[in-house]
Design a protein around this ligand. Sequence first.
Ligand SMILES: NC(=O)c1ccc[n+]([C@@H]2O[C@H](COP(=O)([O-])OP(=O)(O)OC[C@H]3O[C@@H](n4cnc5c(N)ncnc54)[C@H](OP(=O)(O)O)[C@@H]3O)[C@@H](O)[C@H]2O)c1
Length: 250
Amino acid sequence: MKVTIVGPGKMALALAKGLEKEHELTIVGKDGERLLKFTKQLEKHAKTALIDKYEIDSQVLILCVKPAALKESSSVLKGKAETVYSILAGTPLSELKKAIKAENHVRAMPNLAAQYYSSMTALTGDDSKREEAETLFKSIGKTLWVDSEKELDIATAIAGSGPAYLALVAEALADGGVKEGLKRADAMKLVEGLFEGFAPLIANSHPALLKDAVMSPGGTTAAGCFTLEESAVRASFMKAVERAYGLTKR
Ligand SMILES: NC(=O)c1ccc[n+]([C@@H]2O[C@H](COP(=O)([O-])OP(=O)(O)OC[C@H]3O[C@@H](n4cnc5c(N)ncnc54)[C@H](OP(=O)(O)O)[C@@H]3O)[C@@H](O)[C@H]2O)c1
């Protein structure tokens, strides 16, 4: 399939690296040098084009500019696309439809793990494009089609922001180890291994069962879990999702 990526930034690069094996890519931006630097990081040749000279008629676009650049970038695009996939956080389909003419509009919310082909990407939009959307975004990890934009915005607060939340957890655990006397490098290795091993555990078990399996009567984990509960760890995470989702409603 021919796919045009608009906005040669970080997330666009992760997507392009995932898509280039199976699709013919064109990268569109506002600066020629920036486009060259971008395509040099790809394995296969990708076409480039300046945005003010680009015709989107019947094209499949993945829009990767920042939400604040939507108006500026879309105002110079000429024609009517087949499908616009937008990864812009908190930008509703109604706004996209006003900004870019297309037969179909789909929102996608990937995360930073896209650069390792391990994104968890939430999708929603025109149902007729569901299969195509899932195929495209599976090139950078896993996908979940949700039924509404509200759900996509909630998903953003979990999987889009999630790497930042888990980074806090990782750093805090390492800091805890260092506080008790562990070398920083060793603490980081332990945390890295912990996260790697946790992925298959959570994919195969309910979190409550995992916790029960580690927490023995009167044991060390029970003492740790009690301390986390005293600090309202669950309520804190739930509030984090509430606030992040709240911002998408403004
Ligand atoms: N980063 C994340 O973890 C993440 C996760 C999920 C979704 N997103 C979404 O992904 C989008 C991009 O984020 P990012 O982190 O990849 O940002 P980024 O690295 O800053 O990339 C944005 C790109 O847009 C380009 N751009 C700006 N104005 C333009 C215009 N008028 N015409 C064409 N291109 C233009 C910029 O070009 P120059 O380089 O030439 O300035 C830049 O390459 C955002 O909407 C964000 O909400 C990001």
